[in-house]
Design a protein around this ligand. Structure first.
Ligand code: SAM
Length: 271
């Protein structure tokens, strides 16, 4: 099947050609919501499958050529709204309220443009009106990093797992796309998205995490004592109360251990 437009590499345009994969993604989206927000609908294959589920769809597309195609394709579908714009600039709460949907109750779905995967994940997880759930196709390597367990954690996995519960649903071969990308993809679902801390504590949590992961080859104690101007002993004490050895590295901690750490660092540094 030919593409409707000549694909732009700069916009991450790798269109999904495998109908079974499209159905699998649409089937994994929770419909207990006010609407589904789709990022980068492209030629509208997933949009169409979602619309068949009788759930309202708000689809945000940057490429004007595809926006015209989508507007025609869904001109008689009352519940499909095509929004022309850059997903990183659109005010999603305003768009949803304007259309009569609850900006606090929506799910996010999309075969993401890979050049801005992390920015999109971050934007929606950190936003005031977070989605209830995200089902996204990302590069397999990124998916593996998102769902990593303690021992293999990174700033990316910690950030996502702080906000929700990610799981890889399935892997998709690069041959399922046109044009064929260099690597395989995975569909990841992040469910039960929430905030565990107040905004102020959350800011400190991420500061501690960024400093903790700053020099990967160094121990956590070294990174934190340098970053916060605290003595090694003060940090070792907190780690010991978590039953962690002074030699522990950032990638070994769980989300709750990071939360404990950031709360105790705030107590020491405010004394
Ligand atoms: N959903 C379609 C599919 O599965 O075949 C297309 C997926 S393609 C990987 C990514 C889509 O995101 C393209 O249609 C591209 O034009 C669009 N896109 C790229 N950057 C965007 C941005 N900043 N905001 C909104 N859409 C964007």
């Amino acid at each position: 099947m030919h593409s409707i437009v000549s694909p732009k590499k700069s916009l991450g345009q790798n269109f999904l050609r495998d109908e079974r994969v499209v159905s699998q993604i649409a089937d994994s989206v929770s419909l207990d919501t006010s609407c589904v927000v789709e990022i980068g609908p492209g030629e509208g294959v997933l949009t169409k499958k979602l619309a068949q589920k009788k759930v309202p769809v708000v689809a945000i597309e940057l490429d004007d050529r595809l926006v015209s195609h989508l507007e025609k394709m869904f001109s008689s579908s009352f519940d499909v709204h095509i929004v022309s714009g850059n997903v990183l600039r659109v005010n999603i709460s305003e768009v949803l309220s304007g259309l009569g949907y609850d900006p606090g109750r929506y799910v996010l779905v999309g075969n993401l443009p890979y050049y801005i995967t992390s920015a999109i994940i971050r934007l929606f997880l950190e936003s005031e009106n977070q989605p209830q759930e995200m089902t996204i196709m990302v590069q397999k390597e990124v998916a593996d990093r998102i769902v990593a367990k303690p021992g293999q954690m990174s700033l990316l996995s910690l950030s996502v797992q702080y906000f929700g519960f990610p799981e890889t649903l399935f892997t998709v071969s690069k041959d399922s796309f046109s044009p064929i990308p260099k690597v395989d993809s995975s569909v990841v679902r992040i469910s039960r998205i929430h905030r565990s801390l107040s905004l102020e504590k959350e800011r400190l949590f991420f500061r501690v995490a960024r400093v903790g992961f700053s020099a990967r080859r160094k121990t956590l104690v070294n990174n934190l004592s340098t970053g916060f101007g605290l003595s090694r002993e003060q940090i070792v004490q907190i780690l010991l109360s978590l039953e962690l050895p002074p030699t522990v590295r950032a990638q070994e901690l769980t989300v709750s251990q990071w939360i404990y750490l950031s709360e105790h660092l705030s107590i020491i540094s405010s004394n």
